[in-house]
Design a protein around this ligand. Structure first.
Ligand code: NAD
Length: 295
């Protein structure tokens, strides 16, 4: 039979994700603290429940899509003892690796299988059902999670054991933050040297400087017409979320003893950019901050 799914956290990401599970034929029992989100979920065919415990009571699979580690641990403490024995817990929030491992422990202590499965692809990918899932957990837990994630996914990668999904997510996003600053600095220097944006793009995009931040998310308008720079840096991927992920990467670096000086510098630059008004703009808008212009 098609598993019944409890979905806790029906925000910008959770709502469209739950809608795709309903479309795929799952009964979805949903809960969120915000009444408007529950109304929207109801319109998508989700059965709205009075609280998280009521949502998980008859579910085979529990999916959480919450802001941060502390929310996930509080919800897990509440619901793990109340869920059906042998349920599958999937957390798709982006959280710190340490909390992710604690969440696995809470689920497993209560007799459930567990997977951490953060996503990339944003709200557009959530609506289209084309998210990339980075999963961490035991082989058999992942095997159970894969068909559940499929209606929400373009790609599902099993990265390793408990916490490996979160580890992959923050390593990737630390690299992304660093590479965007690198590309932006190259354009700022080019401007001072009298080199056109297009000339730098034509050379670097087919040379050793080539990367996603240049060729897909180019931080100056023109060379890549679909990049946020062409829409006044409307996100896209907001600078506030980039800062969140860079902070997570630095917490993980500190806890594990990894040396990531460029990650640390990127976190500081994004913190300043956020503080100076950039938080709601796309993360590629950091080029304006590097030029000394207002966000
Ligand atoms: P959001 O703030 O829109 O949604 C989070 C929801 O969790 C809110 O509706 C909130 O009311 C709810 N919530 C908080 N505590 C709760 C509790 N105890 N019980 C029930 N509901 C509770 O955030 P979002 O944009 O949907 O992001 C969710 C997660 O996905 C975050 O970890 C974020 O970093 C990650 N993420 C977001 C994006 C994006 O583009 N928005 C992309 C990739 C990953």
């Amino acid at each position: 039979a098609t598993p019944t799914i409890a979905f806790i956290g029906l925000g910008n990401m959770g709502n469209p994700m739950a809608a795709n599970l309903v479309k795929a034929g799952h009964a979805v029992l949903g809960f969120d603290l915000v009444p408007e989100n529950l109304t929207m979920a109801k319109d998508h065919g989700v059965t709205v429940m009075a609280n998280a415990a009521a949502a998980v009571k008859d579910a085979d699979v529990v999916i959480t899509m919450l802001p941060a580690g502390k929310h996930v641990l509080a919800v897990y403490d509440d619901i793990a003892p109340k869920a059906k024995a042998g349920s599958l817990f999937i957390d798709s929030s982006t959280i710190d690796v340490e909390s992710a491992r604690k969440a696995h422990a809470i689920a497993q202590k209560n007799g459930h299988a567990s997977v951490d499965a953060p996503v990339s692809g944003g709200t557009g990918g959530a609506s289209a059902g084309t998210l990339t899932f980075m999963a961490g957990g035991a082989e058999d837990a992942f095997a159970r999670a894969e068909p559940v994630l499929k209606p929400m996914a373009g790609r599902i990668v099993h990265c390793g054991g408990d916490g490996a999904g979160q580890a992959a997510k923050i390593c990737n996003n630390m690299l992304l933050g660093i590479s965007m600053i690198g590309v932006a600095e190259a354009f700022v220097l080019a401007e001072k040297l009298g080199l056109s944006h297009q000339a730098l793009f034509d050379v670097a995009s087919t040379s050793s400087g080539q990367c996603w931040s240049l060729t897909t998310y180019c931080p100056v308008p023109g060379p890549v017409p679909a990049s946020p720079a062409n829409k006044d840096y409307k996100p896209g991927f907001a600078a506030a979320l980039m800062l969140k992920d860079l902070k997570l990467s630095q917490e993980a670096a500190q806890a594990s003893g990894a040396v990531t000086p460029l990650g640390a510098e990127a976190a500081q630059l994004y913190a300043l950019f956020n503080a100076q008004g950039g938080a709601g703009t796309d993360f590629s808008g950091i080029i304006n901050f590097l030029r000394g212009d207002a966000a």
